[in-house]
Design a binder for this molecule. Sequence first.
Ligand code: G3H
Ligand code: 13P
Ligand code: ZN
Length: 328
Amino acid sequence: PLVSMRQLLDHAADYQYGLPAFNVNNLEQMRAIMLAADRTDSPVIVQASAGARAYAGAPFLRHLILAAIEEFPHLPIVMHQDHGTSPAICQRAIQLGFSSVMMDGSLLDNGKTPADYDYNVHVTRTVTDFAHACGVSVEGELGCLGSLETGSAGEEDGVGAEGTLDHSQMLTDPEEAAAFVAATGVDALAIAIGTSHGAYKFSKPPTGDTLAIDRIRQIHTRLPNTHLVMHGSSSVPQDWLKTINDHGGDIAETWGVPVPEIVEGIRHGVRKINIDTDLRLAATGAIRRAFATHRDEFDPRKYLGKATEAMRDICIARYEAFGAAGMA
Ligand code: G3H
Ligand code: 13P
Ligand code: ZN
């Protein structure tokens, strides 16, 4: 059934596990996530970004998720809007039937310019007021995602600050987080700890200087009852990078957030872990390999089927590693 995010995150906190939240744009991703959740008996959070709506169109996205709910009635599913840039966008998502919305007031409504604290509180409070009146959960964000190596937000094409960020903007302050949660009433709080969207997060395996897992512990100590959210949490599997590059791809050396670091975050209050890039990499690697090895094949179901299997296996691994398996 369709459930709110609050219901799942409260359960995750009670039983000390984390839930991967996968982005969806298309049928293959949606089916991969559900096949994995079904196999591991995991609760599901699927999220749609503005880019997803632009690609698939709101009605197709909505019905894609509704179809998952219909086909897997035994699994709890959250239909979450990722990175809403304004209260109006969140309101529209609620009207479409989303059970959870993110109001990302860390950036202005162009999705690019870092916003000040008062703006963030104002837009986020506006959303919690109307969303909670509808039984819909709200995720807020305090701090800007960005690379502590370079000061850039990472993602070229989509969600993320433009220009250079300073170090303090990219690390959520625990005291400010406590004030923000009290002022806004959010159900979950996305924090900045040095991760960024997309494949190019770290130029080498992250260390405590580039990935501030310790900051999670400090925020959790100050806010023990707030569900924390990690964005930009793809692990960027080296084996999929190699498969892509071995079959005609050209992706530069890059590193993601190691699964054990995420598991450490889960020990300190992280309940929702956003993952998009890993499924993109697995799908691309599987399709490149299928094209190279079956050059006479032209039925999209064959190579898209390989993409579905590859994405499914990433989802299974994350459900198991984060402790969500068996929790549906
Ligand atoms: O928030 C970041 C996600 O990876 C969404 O990306 O805007 O390209 O759909 P997108
Ligand atoms: P990745 O790009 O690391 O998969 O992050 C996705 C995300 O944070 C979506 O909101
Ligand atoms: Zn994000």
